[in-house]
Design a protein around this ligand. Structure first.
Ligand SMILES: [Zn+2]
Length: 254
């Protein structure tokens, strides 16, 4: 069965119809902005299991890329609904985080803690990415203690294969040691000048105890910085077989 993103949003039993309509309107408006992107700028999608994952794992780099005109969308696989915090609160926090990072918000229609990785959802997720026509996609490193993160990584990797390995695929880390396991990155991005924007985007997820989670992620950023010669860094691993290290090329002029 073919499922469109808008149908998934509309069908979501945990989202009010008004929220679904608001999401569609926001995404249409943001899509119109993306269509005006200059030809020399990259289209980048950062995939995460939950609202907050792209921000914690890649927020500094996202801020750095959007500051020099690249188009970045944050694709949340699920809406983060988990008692006592409902989906509309999590998605509103995500919208605020995206505005801080000057990125667009996308939602793949799954449910928090109930990831589905089957033929229909592989196809549905791939169609969301196909609509974005990305040059670069980032996703969770597949070894992760959270099943939603593993599912997000599997769905993204399958889309990369099915789309003919057309985009550069990178893996990122989040809550390293607690979630991400055995990550050995090879690409380091200096985010020292963008740490404040990353912090603000992470703290936009106010319902998710940012004091503790940001402290952990910031210690990882300091460690990656020490490894690579900067105050703060984010680290990534490029999947072999794609069009090459497009991010490093773009960041040379950012
Ligand atoms: Zn997560």
């Amino acid at each position: 069965m073919s499922i469109t993103r808008r149908q998934l949003i509309a069908d979501s039993s945990k989202l009010a119809l008004g929220l679904g309509a608001a999401l569609s309107a926001v995404e249409q408006a943001q899509g119109a902005q993306a269509a005006e992107k200059p030809a020399d700028k990259l289209r980048i999608v950062v995939c995460g299991g939950h609202p907050g994952d792209p921000e914690y794992g890649c927020g500094g780099m996202i801020a750095r890329l959007t500051a020099c005109g690249h188009d970045v969308a944050l694709l949340y696989m699920n809406e983060g609904d988990w008692p006592p915090t409902p989906a509309n609160v999590r998605l509103a926090e995500a919208q605020k985080a995206c505005e801080i990072l000057k990125a667009r918000r996308l939602y793949a229609g799954q449910k928090n803690g109930h990831s589905i990785v089957d033929a229909d959802h592989f196809d549905q997720y791939r169609k969301v990415l196909e609509a974005e026509k990305p040059d670069v996609v980032l996703t969770h490193w597949p070894l992760d203690n959270h099943r939603d993160h593993r599912a997000c990584s599997a769905l993204t990797y399958d889309a990369w294969l099915q789309m003919g390995k057309k985009f550069a695929l990178y893996y990122y880390e989040v809550s390293t040691g607690e979630d991400t396991q055995q990550f050995a990155p090879a690409c380091y991005v200096d985010i020292s000048a963008f740490e404040a924007a990353k912090r603000a985007a992470c703290y936009a997820h106010a319902s998710q105890t940012p004091d503790s989670y940001y402290a952990l992620q910031d210690s990882v950023a300091a460690f990656r910085g020490a490894e690579s010669g900067s105050k703060r860094a984010e680290a990534f691993l490029l999947q072999r077989g794609g069009p090459g290290d497009l991010l490093s090329g773009a960041l040379k002029s950012c």
